[in-house]
Write a protein that binds this ligand. Structure first.
Ligand code: PEP
Ligand code: MG
Length: 576
């Protein structure tokens, strides 16, 4: 039995066999061929290309019907690689020239292509390297007559072990066979972690060497709440975790019993609990978990894994669908937030040394009014179908907010000229996720309809900790006194200006910190849908007055660890 400790990414416990992804190595032998075998080798290559094409189209169809067209478009780039004349001709000419077996030639050409793409300092081209690698492995597998190893081949419910997982890997996990996953890299608020929560898959990331320590055939326990992974547990440990699992189920049922009740503290303060979504089809989960609306719709996922950008009409249809599905509840649409750890190949954003501090979110949108206004027009048009609000990410000061609003006015004017309807009174908020915005919250509050605190970024920028880097994850402390002080500044400034403050970063869904956030005066909490019942349960069990006192006490402590511990003990008392 070996115990590993990583970063708790998505809660829950799962126990099961291992399924290693992406670790397959092909042994490709170098074989000389006779000149008369050349046509047969070329034919083998062509057959492998056709077979691979068929597999990808099949996969695309399945994903399209299971998850929607958007997710299926991930594979368009893979199909393009299969049509790359240069790559195909390179392989064929080398078979003729070198007179070696096709599998060997292809694997050599593949390596050359990938290394050339990886050397180019351009994110778009780097992403192409990953596509070429993915497709290349499929082709090689077919050339060698190997069965493909993908999630579809999992015979039993298993725990995925991988070095890293991309959004397209996570999208494929919509299948029932994934019991959990663990990865070598990644942080608590990386996209992998956020998506795992959305799909309710227990996950531990940032284990550093899980792919080396875990072997095929092992049995794992993954505790996504504590970040503990146990390889080949003994009977006693298994028994212990099975009991914990049962207990968790009991607790979940207790939480679910309140999911449709309003959230009012024992002394009458009404709190709104909203959901974070990335895709429109998550509205069913939002409703299932009793959310009162959507506090963060991360629209950039709409642009991901496709060659082109969505048209104004595609945006409009998506927003209309969500607005209508939740009407009259509010839906807060966050405008395009790319950059950082989210790259969109179609915009060809140049490689940056520090992408989180670079051309990201509103900075990109203000520089590209064509892209920004297209989205704004779609949001405005959809605003007649429900209770839509919009907010801008990564605002660092009032000037940026005004510039964004200027473009919003232009978008409105363009719609007026076309005679298209929209809600002229649509509420516009600022995401507070940059320390400079937090410290000038009083200025921003005067012109903003609401605030939504993006703690994922606010914490990384305030504590100087890359949110996706497991090496510095120990410094990523939501309960750090500096963060609590910033939150207080933001909330007090908003209330002074009579506007509401929401929080849509992962911190809002941290049960042990709910008490402090409530006590600091937070009005609205927005989180992955499945955490909602638990948060509702907790907030309904406490009094606002008591929470205020508790927050005051917590603010007197000097370290994040102390505050976290203090809050956890209090929560245990409440949940007893
Ligand atoms: C945040 O930064 O807290 C946030 C909600 O936005 P994102 O996680 O998409 O950066
Ligand atoms: Mg953010």
């Amino acid at each position: 039995m070996i115990q590993l400790k990583g970063i708790a990414a998505a809660g829950g416990i799962s126990i099961g066999p291992v399924y290693k992804l992406g670790s397959e190595e092909f042994i490709v032998v170098r074989d000389a061929i006779r000149p008369e075998d050349i046509p047969a080798q070329i034919q083998l290559f062509e057959e492998a290309l056709i077979k691979t094409r068929r597999e990808i189209i099949e996969l695309q169809k399945r994903i399209s019907s299971d998850m929607g067209q958007e997710e299926a478009q991930i594979f368009d780039a893979h199909l393009l690689v299969l049509e790359d004349r240069m790559l195909i001709e390179d392989v064929i000419s080398r078979i003729k020239k070198d007179q070696l077996n096709v599998a060997y030639i292809f694997s050599e050409v593949l390596k050359k292509y990938i290394s050339v793409f990886l050397k180019i300092e351009d994110e778009y081209l780097k992403e192409r390297a990953a596509d070429i690698n993915d497709v290349g492995k499929r082709i090689l597998r077919n050339l060698l007559g190997k069965e493909k190893k993908s999630l579809d081949d999992m015979k039993e419910k298993a725990i995925i072990v991988a070095h890293d997982l991309s959004p397209s890997d996570i999208a494929a996990m919509h299948t029932k066979n994934v019991a959990g996953f663990i990865t070598d890299i990644g942080g608590k608020t990386s996209h992998t972690a956020i998506m795992a929560k959305s799909l309710e898959i227990p996950a531990v990331v940032g284990l550093e060497s899980a792919t080396v320590k875990v072997k095929a055939g092992d049995i794992l326990i993954v505790d996504g709440s504590t970040g503990v992974v146990i390889i080949n547990p003994d009977e006693e440990t298994l028994h212990d975790y099975r009991q914990r699992l049962e207990k968790l189920k009991g607790i979940a049922e207790r939480f679910l019993s309140v999911k449709d009740l309003p959230v009012t503290t024992t002394d009458g303060r009404v709190i709104m609990i909203y959901a974070n979504i990335e895709f429109p089809d998550e509205v069913s989960s939002v409703k299932l978990h009793g959310s009162e609306g959507i506090g963060l719709y991360r629209t950039e996922f709409f642009y991901m894994n496709r060659k082109d950008s969505p048209s104004e009409d595609e945006h409009y249809q998506a927003y209309k669908y969500v607005a209508e599905a939740l009407n009259p509840h509010p839906v807060v649409i966050r405008t395009l937030d790319i950059g950082g750890d989210k790259f969109l190949s179609q915009f060809k954003i140049p490689y940056e040394m520090q992408p989180f501090l670079g051309w990201r979110a509103i900075r990109f949108c203000l520089a590209r009014p064509d892209i920004f206004k297209l989205q704004l027009r779609a949001i405005l048009r959809a605003s007649v179908h429900g209770n839509l609000k919009l907010m801008y990410p990564m605002i660092s000061g009032i000037e940026e907010f005004r510039q964004a609003n200027q473009l919003l006015s232009e978008a409105k004017e363009e719609l007026r000229q076309k005679g298209l309807g929209f809600n002229d009174q649509i509420k516009v908020g600022v995401m507070i996720e940059v320390p400079s915005a937090a410290m000038t919250a009083d200025i921003l509050a005067k012109e903003s309809d609401f605030f939504s605190i993006g703690t994922n970024d606010l914490i990384q920028y305030s504590l100087a900790v890359d949110r996706a880097n497991e090496k510095v994850a120990y410094l990523y402390e939501p309960a750090h006194p500096a963060i609590l002080r910033l939150l207080k500044v933001i909330i007090d400034a908003a209330h002074k200006a009579n506007i509401k403050v929401a929080m849509c970063g992962e911190m809002a869904g941290d049960p042990s910190l709910a008490l402090i956030l409530l006590g600091l005066g937070l009005d609205e909490f927005s989180m992955p849908p499945q955490i909602i019942p638990e948060l509702k349960y907790i907030i309904r069990a406490i009094g606002y007055g008591a929470a205020q006192k508790f927050a005051e006490e917590a603010m007197k402590l000097s370290t994040g660890t102390q505050i976290e511990e203090f809050a956890q003990n209090k929560l245990a008392e409440i949940l007893k």
